[in-house]
Write a protein of this length. Structure first.
Ligand code: ATP
Ligand code: MG
Length: 144
């Protein structure tokens, strides 16, 4: 990707115990890039929600659950992370609609959107889902 200083990925089993590793990697990279601790927390929370969705929707109770890819792209002033699963996919246009009724589910994606600068979702039924977020380092983030 143009402008990337560091690009790598984690292929992880679709199990909750690996979410911490995906968060840790993002936090370490963002800290080395001098993101503020508050923005690092936002990134880690967004990645938790992305990975949780990917895990929940992978495998659907089957014994073989294809792995999840977490891809990291660090530029001079941005960190992009995308999470790709091989689950059933869904129609992201359903997310645009604002619902009026009180919900007990469906908070994850609005939360992710509120924490990052760019949110993209590419998902089609039967072809899995790729959710990408980008967060920019602000002027005030530099702590050194
Ligand atoms: N990776 C994915 N694969 C398939 N469907 C997904 C995926 N991510 C999100 N969705 C769909 O989008 C909906 C909204 O996701 P969101 O994270 O906002 O809420 P939720 O996971 O249902 O509940 P919550 O995150 O509040 O526990 C999900 O219910 C699901 O239908
Ligand atoms: Mg969710």
């Amino acid at each position: 990707m143009p402008g990337a200083n560091l690009e790598f990925e984690l292929e992880m089993p679709a199990k909750p115990k690996y979410v911490g590793l995906a968060r840790l990697l993002a936090g370490s990279v963002a800290r080395r890039m001098s993101f503020s601790e508050e923005n690092i927390d936002d990134l880690k929370l967004a990645i938790s929600e992305m990975c949780t969705n990917a895990i929940i929707h992978t495998g659907n109770g089957e014994i073989y659950r294809p792995p999840i890819i977490v891809h990291y792209i660090a530029g001079d002033d941005f960190l992009t992370v995308w999470v790709k699963d091989q689950g059933p996919g869904f129609d992201p246009s359903c997310l645009i609609e604002e619902r009026k009724e009180l919900l007990t589910k469906g908070f994850g994606i609005p939360l992710i959107k509120s924490l990052v600068d760019i949110f993209e979702c590419d998902s089609r039924p039967e072809s899995g889902t790729l959710v990408s977020i980008t967060k920019y380092r602000r002027q005030g983030d530099r702590e050194s």
